[in-house]
Design a protein around this ligand. Structure first.
Ligand SMILES: [Zn+2]
Length: 339
């Protein structure tokens, strides 16, 4: 190979070698390989000069010198790049202002649900949960609503293609727990429920319920009233009152609707409570003996009470919110008001 071509080849291989240098040690190796005094690739080119034609020597010599200078400079530049990168990795400027991180917070419904749970846990209730997709049996039948029961017509249910459904209440959890557990039972079951409601200020097709169940020997309706009053006072203040009105549910007998005194007007009457002084909360009652039969409890021996409540409803009262849809719009300006 002619010396001229050899010079070009060395330049090419050097360019490749320098690109693959990633630390100072690599640089030193390449430097020795190309510029080493005894056997460096560039050094050897000078030796070749002695066997080339005399008239070509000045030009070739100049080219080899240029190459040597190029190699030397490239090695210095590469080393600078590498050490700068290393410095960047380890250098911390403590005087720079920090980057504020956005800290998330609990959703108001989670906050209120936690608060409700904490009150009932204080009364000895334990949290029990169940699936959102339920069978017809757990959602209706075992709750004393057989196929032809008129109460089923009241429920606008999301049925799935396989015959299962999205639970319309969290009561199926009560059945599931009672099937597996002997009394005494004291549970609350919070969770999502689904109904074919058109969304408006007070309705949503998905909302949250929390139900309670207490089964033991000698449980009475008076104890239920006491528990709900204690809850109302824990959440809204000692001046809260509660009242029962007669109601009807297939799974309780007797059944009641319960109201809390209006927290806006302290029971004096206002537009929120339609001048009654009372705000309707939900339903409750003594567990129907027929339900006990489904789960194999002796209804001669045991009695129990159960109640439901809408978490959104309680949250709307507590936070004075007049539109349920605000909970689901994920508007950060709304959500960040709660902590
Ligand atoms: Zn009122």
């Amino acid at each position: 190979m002619k010396l001229q071509d050899l010079i070009e080849q060395v330049r090419d291989t050097f360019n490749t070698a320098i690109e693959s240098c990633h630390n100072v040690k690599d640089i030193q190796d390449v430097q020795i390989h190309y510029l080493g005094r005894k056997a460096g690739v560039v050094t050897n080119l000078f030796k070749e000069l002695g066997v080339s034609a005399v008239e070509d020597r000045p030009s070739l010599g100049q080219q080899i010198n240029d190459l040597k200078e190029y190699v030397t400079k490239s090695l210095v530049i590469r080393e600078q790049i590498i050490t700068e990168k290393l410095e960047k990795k380890t250098f911390v400027d403590l005087s720079l202002p920090g980057n504020p991180e956005f800290i998330g917070r609990l959703h108001p419904l989670t906050l209120i649900q936690n608060e409700i749970i904490s009150v009932f846990e204080g009364m000895g209730f334990e949290v029990a949960t169940g699936p959102d997709i339920e069978t017809d049996y757990y959602n209706f039948e075992a709750l004393n609503m057989p196929k032809d029961h008129p109460a089923r017509d009241l429920q606008d249910t999301f049925y799935l293609e396989d015959g299962n459904l999205l639970r319309t209440h969290t009561s199926p959890v009560q059945i599931r727990v009672m099937e597996k557990t002997e009394p005494p039972i004291r549970i609350i079951s919070p969770g999502r429920v689904y109904r074919k409601d058109t969304p408006d200020a007070t309705h949503s097709p998905v909302f949250h319920q929390l139900e309670g169940l207490y089964v033991d020997e000698g449980v009475t309706l008076a104890e239920l009233k006491g528990a709900l009053l204690a809850f109302a006072q824990a959440l809204f203040g000692q001046e809260m009152k509660i009242r029962f009105r007669s109601g009807f549910f297939p799974f309780t007998e007797p059944s009641v609707e319960y109201d809390f005194s209006c927290i806006i007007c302290d029971g004096k009457g206002c537009s929120t409570c339609k001048d009654t002084g009372w705000v309707e909360i939900s339903g409750a009652g003594m567990v129907d003996p027929a339900v006990f039969e489904f789960v194999g409890y002796d209804h001669e021996k045991y009695t129990g009470y159960a109640w439901g409540m809408g978490v959104e409803r309680i949250a709307m009262m507590k936070y004075r919110i007049n539109d349920i849809r605000l909970f689901y719009e994920n508007d950060i300006r709304f959500l960040e008001q709660f902590s």
